[in-house]
Design a protein around this ligand. Structure first.
Ligand code: TYD
Ligand code: MG
Length: 447
């Protein structure tokens, strides 16, 4: 921490009552953090040609959790800083305790816990059946002590749980304040680079969704990963928004269970419930692409006559409300079906959230299936965006969607007509190109 004269800008490592340069009294203030930047955290090196800089990609440290490693781009890089952000209670401590015990099989891991006592961590570890001799727990809130333990241990990896719960003793700004978070972020980043420690910082997102404190250190860290999901549902998504060592077009999927977080290895099977699958009215299967990953997901619709007298109910879970409103309007206008006196409930099975417009056609089909009280064949996947005039529009990554459906044993796919000519889909699926909503109702016998 440095001090700066507010009058002449003279800086000093300690606070001074009188500036030796301009002679002003009581002019020293703590240097403000606007001066922090990503580069400040770097170790100063002498310039060298790019060709002479070596980097060993084998040095990555796997967390031992496949989905986590995938999102990281193959594991943690020594000296890198990763920020794991998410709502309180979502499972950040759980996943990092699991990862930390795995990493501790390769070297020392320091787990700095500013929120839970070492006994609480032990209890959790026992419940999850995790053991590791080289996992060292420091429970406390002092940044100074944490850093001194870090120097003593010289670990391979350090976990800071959380960035909002440590403090420099005697520091006037409050615990978890933006200023504190920044200072901690800078301190751990500097240490990570200097000592080549793979560092993971946990940051809580506030309820309103802004990442206020932790957000301000995003520019400092090498990777930012969000851990998301609804607390009452057990699905968790790991989504990188920044990654200096890998792609951000990746997604990790987990399920919170009694045994901690478990990877969802076959998401399509998980979300589309292939075995025992949709033969109900109002149910369809769509294929959404998350990052680079096609995932089959089941959509359910329930359309019932409204008895709320004038204001029919519209409820959606896991879908964009505005998008579904638009689809209701298109159905009404283009198919001449009056939905005004019907309550409509839409749901994505398994707690997944579908944002893609490629699911439009599946949503419309589920609504029509429930409205007409007719089933859609359980072996059919429905792919397509719906335009305002009821036309079925092309989607990206059609090939990977179709392949995923085939892999999961589906027999038939409705696809946008405009794709048919491309003919490079190389699939055994029975492809049914559709051009507009009227084609769809014919094809699915929903008239
Ligand atoms: P936690 O990792 O403490 O969340 P965070 O660190 O993000 O605040 O997760 C806490 C929740 O997870 C808690 O509500 C209980 C639940 N949980 C399980 O369902 N199964 C488990 O095995 C564990 C350890 C926690
Ligand atoms: Mg926690």
């Amino acid at each position: 921490m440095a001090y700066k004269c507010k009058n002449c800008g003279y800086t000093s490592v300690e606070w001074l009552g009188r500036c030796p340069k301009c002679g002003d009294w009581d002019s020293f203030r703590q240097k403000e953090s606007e001066e922090d930047s990503g580069s400040e955290a770097l170790v100063d090196e002498s310039p060298k040609p790019l060709s002479e800089i070596s980097f060993d990609s084998k040095k990555r440290i796997p967390t031992g959790i496949g989905e986590f490693d995938r999102v990281l781009g193959g594991g943690l890089i020594p000296g890198s800083v990763t920020l794991l952000g998410g709502d309180p209670g979502i499972g950040k401590s759980t996943i990092l305790l699991q990862a930390a015990t795995n990493i501790a099989k390769r070297g020392k891991v320091l787990y700095i816990s500013g929120e839970e006592s070492s006994k609480q961590l032990k209890m959790r570890a026992e419940r999850l059946n995790l053991t590791a001799d080289d996992l060292i727990i420091y429970s406390g809130q002092s940044l100074e002590n944490a850093i001194s333990h870090l120097h003593d241990l010289d670990p391979l990896c350090v976990v800071v749980d959380s960035i909002q719960s440590l403090q420099r003793p005697g520091n006037s700004s409050s615990l978890g304040s933006t200023k504190q978070v920044r200072e901690l972020g800078r301190e751990f980043t500097r240490l990570a680079k200097k000592k080549e420690i793979a560092t993971i910082l946990i940051g809580h997102i506030t309820k309103s969704g802004d990442f206020s404190g932790p957000k301000t250190i995003e520019h400092l860290v090498d990777s930012t990963i969000y851990f998301e999901g609804k607390r009452d549902k057990n699905v968790r998504l790991m989504r990188p928004t920044k990654n200096r060592f890998g792609s951000t077009r990746l997604l990790g999927l987990f399920q919170m269970t009694e045994q901690g977080l478990q990877e969802i290895l076959n998401p399509s099977q998980f979300f589309a419930k292939k075995n025992g699958h949709s033969t109900q009215k109002g149910t369809t299967t769509v294929c959404t692409v998350e990052g680079t990953r096609p995932i089959l997901v089941e959509i359910q619709a329930l359309v019932t006559p409204s008895n709320s007298g004038g204001s029919a109910q519209r409820r959606t879970t896991g879908l964009d409300y505005n998008r579904t409103s638009l689809l209701f309007a298109v159905i009404q206008k283009q198919l001449g079906i009056n939905l005004q006196e019907f309550d409509i409930y839409l749901n994505v099975v398994g707690g997944f959230r579908v944002e893609e417009t490629a699911a439009d056609l599946g949503i419309v089909s589920a609504i029509l299936s429930s409205f007409q009280d007719r089933k859609i064949g359980s072996q059919t996947v429905i792919i397509g965006e719906v335009g305002l005039s009821g036309e079925v529009r092309p989607v990206k990554n059609l090939k990977s969607r179709v392949n995923e459906a085939e892999k999961l044993g589906y027999m038939k796919a409705l696809i946008p007509e405009s794709h048919e000519k491309s003919n490079d889909l190389a699939t055994n699926l029975d492809l049914q190109p559709v051009g507009n909503l009227a084609d769809v109702t014919t094809e699915l016998e929903l008239r």
